[in-house]
Design a protein around this ligand. Structure first.
Ligand SMILES: [Zn+2]
Length: 380
C-alpha cells in the first residue's frame, strides 16, 4: 500500500509526521479523530487559524449549551444584558461582573468617608483593600478582610446573544471536517479536488453554502443542538457531497468533488455536544449540483429559517444552563453546610450538627430558588 499524502501540503504521511485530526473540532466538543489525513505541521497550523476562528464564532453557543469537551473548557465571554450591564458568562454556567467596582463618598463634616468595593474574587478584594490602606493608613486591614464576604446574586435581565458565522477561515474549518470524514470513510483526499483546492489556495472558490430549504437529517432527535458531519461519494453522479451542521443551527452543504471517479461511499458522524454522546443519524445527501450551486449563492436560506432552526434547540440550552447552575449551587451549598455545621472532618455527625445542616444548605440555596421563582412568574 502506498502511504497517503497530507491533504493540505502533499507531504507523504509517515509514522513520524502522522497526526490525529479531530473530525469535528475539540473546541466545540468533537471526539472522533482521523489518522493518515494531514501531517503534524498542517494540523497545528490549521488548528490555530481556521478552528480558532470557527470556535470563537460559535463560542456563545458553546457557553449557552454548556458543551462537554474532551480537553479544556470554552473561554468565558462578555455579554451585555437587556438591562445594559456587562457580565461575563463562564463555562460552568455562572456569571461574573465585568470589572471590580470601587466607590468613595464623604459621610459629612468630619465623619470620614464611606468606601464600597465589589470585587470578582477574594484575592482581588484583598488587593483593592491594600490600596485603601495606602490611602488611609489608619484603616484596619484585617478587620475589613474579616468583614468581606463572598456573595452570589442573579441577574434579573436576559443576556443578549449576538453571534454570527461565516467567512473563509471558519469555512475552511468546515470543509476540512467534511474532508476528514471522507478520508476516514475511504475516499482519498486527492479525489476531493474542490475541497483540497479550497483548503490550499486563498483565491480558490469556496465549495460550501448554507442550506435551510429542507431538513437533510431524516431522524433528527427533538431539541438536540447536534453536531453532524456527513459525506456521500456517488459513482453515478460523480460527486462527493458533504453536509456539516453545528448546534442544530449552522447548516452547510458542500461539494468536495465534482468529478469523482470511485466507489459509492457514505459516512456520518454526529454527536450531542452537551453530553458528548454519539448519535446515529440518517442524512439525505441526494442533492443535485444545481441545488448545491444555489446554496453557494445564498439562495437556500428561506426567510426565518435560521431563526426557526435556533428556536428548535433553544429550550435545550435553557434547560442545560439551569441543570448546570443547579448542580453548582447544590454542591456549593452542601460543602458550605458541612464546613460550618461544627463537625470536624472525619468525625461522626452528632444530632446538633444535623440540626444545623438544613439551615446552612438553605442559606446558600435561597437566592437560586428565589431567582427560579421570579423567572417562572415573569410574563413571557
Ligand atoms: Zn501537511
Amino acid at each position: 500500500m502506498i502511504s497517503p499524502k497530507c491533504a493540505l501540503c502533499d507531504v507523504e504521511i509517515t509514522q513520524e509526521n502522522d497526526s490525529k485530526e479531530h473530525v469535528i473540532p475539540n473546541a466545540i466538543g468533537g471526539r472522533k479523530k482521523v489518522k493518515g489525513f494531514i501531517c503534524g505541521g498542517c494540523n497545528n497550523a490549521a488548528g490555530d487559524d481556521w478552528e480558532s476562528e470557527l470556535a470563537s464564532q460559535l463560542n456563545p453557543l458553546s457557553l449557552f449549551f454548556g458543551i462537554s469537551r474532551e480537553r479544556g473548557e470554552p473561554p468565558s465571554q462578555l455579554f451585555e444584558t437587556t438591562g445594559g450591564d456587562k457580565v461575563t458568562l463562564k463555562a460552568d454556567g455562572s456569571m461574573g461582573i465585568e470589572k471590580p467596582l470601587y466607590s468613595e463618598s464623604p459621610l459629612g463634616s468630619g465623619a470620614g468617608v464611606k468606601i464600597q468595593i465589589r470585587a470578582r474574587s477574594m484575592p482581588e478584594a484583598k488587593r483593592m483593600l491594600q490600596g485603601v490602606k495606602r490611602k488611609y493608613p489608619k484603616v484596619d486591614l484585617d478587620e475589613l478582610l474579616d468583614n468581606a464576604k463572598p456573595e452570589s446574586s442573579y441577574c434579573p435581565d436576559m443576556l443578549h446573544f449576538n453571534f454570527s458565522f461565516g467567512g473563509h477561515e471558519a469555512g475552511r474549518s468546515i470543509v476540512k471536517s467534511a474532508l476528514a470524514l471522507a478520508v476516514f470513510s475511504g475516499i482519498s483526499a486527492e479525489k476531493c479536488i474542490e475541497a483540497t483546492n479550497y483548503l490550499r489556495n486563498d483565491e480558490a472558490e469556496a465549495c460550501f453554502g448554507y442550506f435551510y430549504e429542507k431538513d437533510l437529517v431524516k431522524n433528527r432527535p427533538k431539541g438536540v443542538p447536534l453536531h453532524c458531519v456527513s459525506i456521500k461519494g456517488c459513482s453515478k453522479t460523480k460527486q462527493v457531497i458533504g453536509y456539516v451542521e453545528y448546534f442544530g443551527v449552522q447548516r452547510v452543504v458542500l461539494c468536495l468533488a465534482g468529478s469523482y471517479e470511485g466507489k459509492d461511499v457514505s459516512g456520518t458522524y454526529a454527536i450531542n455536544p452537551i453530553t458528548g454522546e454519539e448519535l446515529d443519524l440518517l442524512v439525505d445527501l441526494n442533492l443535485s449540483s444545481s441545488e448545491i450551486r444555489e446554496a453557494y449563492d445564498y439562495k437556500k436560506i428561506p426567510n426565518g429559517s435560521v431563526e426557526a432552526a435556533f428556536g428548535e434547540v433553544i429550550s435545550a440550552g435553557v434547560k442545560a444552563s439551569f441543570e448546570k447552575e443547579k448542580d453548582r449551587v447544590l454542591n456549593e451549598a452542601v460543602k458550605h453546610a458541612f464546613e460550618n455545621c461544627g463537625a470536624k472532618e472525619g468525625e461522626m455527625l452528632m444530632p446538633e450538627h444535623v440540626d444545623k445542616l438544613a439551615g446552612l444548605v438553605m442559606e446558600k440555596l435561597e437566592s437560586f430558588i428565589l431567582h427560579q421563582f421570579t423567572q417562572s412568574r415573569k410574563p413571557r
